[in-house]
Design a protein around this ligand. Structure first.
Ligand SMILES: [Zn+2]
Length: 128
C-alpha cells in the first residue's frame, strides 16, 4: 500500500463508521458528536456496554461491518492496511476502492466463502 494513499482510505473508513454509529446514536437520542467522542478511551466496562448497545441497535450485518471497519482502522495504525490476512499479499486497490474494509484478497475470500458454504451445508443437513 502506497502510504500516501492511506489517508484516503482512512477517511472513507471513518465515514462509514460514523454513518453506522450515527444511525444508532440517533436511535439512542444521543448526538453523534457525543457518541464518537465517547468512543476512544473507554474502560473495558464502558466498551462492553457500548458494544452491547450498538449490537442491539445495529443489525447483525451492520455490526459485522462496523467490526471490519474498526479492524481496518486498527491495521492502518499498525501499518498493515491493505494486506490480505490470509496470504499476506497486497489487496488490489480496485477492491479497496469498493470495499475499503476488506481483510482478504478476492482469491482468499472465495476460498473462505467456499469453506463456509461447506460448513453450512454439512451443518444444516443431518444426513451428511
Ligand atoms: Zn489473500
Amino acid at each position: 500500500m502506497d502510504l500516501n494513499k492511506v489517508p484516503k482510505y482512512r477517511s472513507r473508513l471513518e465515514e462509514i463508521r460514523s454513518t453506522l454509529i450515527g444511525d444508532v446514536a440517533k436511535n439512542l437520542k444521543t448526538s453523534q458528536e457525543e457518541f464518537s467522542e465517547f468512543v476512544p478511551d473507554m474502560t473495558d466496562d464502558a466498551t462492553r456496554t457500548y458494544n452491547r448497545q450498538l449490537m442491539l441497535n445495529l443489525g447483525q450485518q451492520d455490526w459485522e461491518k462496523l467490526k471490519l471497519v474498526e479492524e481496518a482502522l486498527e491495521s492502518i495504525k499498525n501499518g498493515e492496511y491493505g494486506i490480505c490476512q490470509k496470504c499476506g499479499e497486497n489487496i488490489p486497490e480496485a477492491r479497496l476502492n469498493i470495499v475499503p474494509f476488506a481483510k482478504y484478497c478476492v482469491d482468499c475470500l472465495n476460498e473462505i466463502e467456499k469453506e463456509q458454504e461447506l460448513d453450512n451445508n454439512s451443518g444444516s443437513n443431518p444426513l451428511n
